[in-house]
Design a protein around this ligand. Structure first.
Ligand code: SF4
Ligand code: SF4
Length: 117
């Protein structure tokens, strides 16, 4: 016997946080404010530039597009504002150039939103 689904009423999404229906996002995840990491990240990846071979695996596998290659200084750069601490990049780094370091090791700890939601 089918049951009626509960009624939750209308969900109001602020205009600036609207995304199209489906899995398509209008811009890379690292430029959408909605994807800024809240204060729950426990570890962040730290890179050893001496070991890094610039293979770009971290760039390819990061689900939040946090890694970028800086041509000027020939180094990989991490955008911490959007890093979720999933540590997939560490798993996929063939050179073992990435290490998980606890947030409490850093002054200021995790990235925080100015206006948490
Ligand atoms: S820890 Fe996860 S979110 Fe952060 S840079 Fe690595 S893959 Fe991206
Ligand atoms: S996966 Fe590791 S070796 Fe490859 S670019 Fe990223 S940090 Fe460097």
């Amino acid at each position: 016997m089918p049951r009626n689904l509960p009624e939750y009423g209308k969900i109001a999404i602020p205009k600036e946080r609207e995304v199209p229906l489906g899995a398509v996002t209008p811009a890379p995840v690292r430029v959408q404010k909605l994807h800024i990491t809240s204060p729950w990240r426990i570890y962040r990846p730290v890179i050893d530039h001496e070991k890094c071979t610039r293979c770009l695996n971290c760039y390819i596998f990061c689900p939040d597009a946090c890694w970028e290659y800086n041509e000027e200084n020939d180094e990989m750069e991490l955008n911490l504002e959007f890093c979720k601490g999933c540590l997939i990049c560490i798993q996929e780094c063939p050179a073992e150039a990435l290490t998980p370091v606890h947030e409490l090791e850093f002054e200021g700890g995790v990235v925080r939103l100015d206006n948490p939601f």
